[in-house]
Design a protein around this ligand. Sequence first.
Ligand SMILES: C[S@@+](CC[C@H](N)C(=O)[O-])C[C@H]1O[C@@H](n2cnc3c(N)ncnc32)[C@H](O)[C@@H]1O
Length: 340
Amino acid sequence: MDVSCGFQDSYRHQMTDWTGAGRTTAELYLRMAGHELHGISPSYEALCHAVSDSRAVCALLDQLPSGKRQPNLLLGAVRFLGGPVGDPAAFLSFVTSGWDGVAETMMTHRTQTNEPGRCATLLPLLASLPQPLALVEVGASAGLCLYPDKYSYRYSTSRGEHRLGDGEVLLSCSVTGPAPLPDHLPEVLWRAGLDLNPLQVNLADDRRWLASLIWPEQVDRAERLDLALAVVAADPPRLDTGDLLTDLPGLLADAPPDATVVVFHSAVLAYLNKEQRNRFTEVIRELRRSRVIHWVSNEAPGVISGADLDPRPQGRFILAHDQVPVAVTGPHGHSLAWVP
Ligand SMILES: C[S@@+](CC[C@H](N)C(=O)[O-])C[C@H]1O[C@@H](n2cnc3c(N)ncnc32)[C@H](O)[C@@H]1O
């Protein structure tokens, strides 16, 4: 694991510039505390305030490449190393006294939060496509979103609950608007993922890293992660190491001809700059010359060209089908507001 990237993956995610470009380290941590952690993770909010006030820790972080200074990476690294996250003074002392280990962990890891809850927001769209499906996820992390057919769902609507599936991982989602809630789970004939650094559900360190990326107060997400890891570990996906800009054609070449191909991604294209995002659109366009491909994106507003809404939803993602917005979604899958 060795590439610098990551973004602040939170309910309030608003395209924070995760590279930290143009901000001092102190500003980066202060912004994280006020904009993303406030009201959600009091413990991390206090830690980020403490870091922004600590010249010593900011000076250490400044030794790292700018993309590696990001708060979620430092916080995850300290958790991963078993450091204290409940007391700001103890946290700062752990970071300064154990800096070599902290820096090494930050340099060799990346923020790769894998949120299976996002399947609840993808499901209605996936189930509405001709079945069976060949699912290809770019930026798959450990591939937990490749298993929408293995989870169960509880959708809360104004007309009551809509339940689906009997898998052990129950994903709850509140729904507004005319979402086509399906009666059947999608049929997944083939699934595969692509990531710069795929995580392996059967590797203890990778599982622990994924758990370390969940903020301490988000106990429900941690429990869901554990359950989903167990489901996926029983039948791990094919995960290729590669770049979504260059390695998608090779992966797609193996998709079975008798399935509807869906290329999807969530919380991924924010890692790319504008020019790279445009190139990805070209990649999809090129692939479509030889095969029908459904492109499903679940990204922050403004990330996918054409797939935007006015006004832009705050702290939400936009679910789009072939660059046409179909819903506004909770970034961790907790809500789905179908666009009428
Ligand atoms: C925040 S995680 C999201 C994982 C998963 N899509 C989900 O929704 O739970 C973003 C993932 O995108 C991957 N990624 C970022 N840029 C990439 C690229 N150019 N090609 C392939 N994967 C990339 C990262 O390694 C990381 O695993």
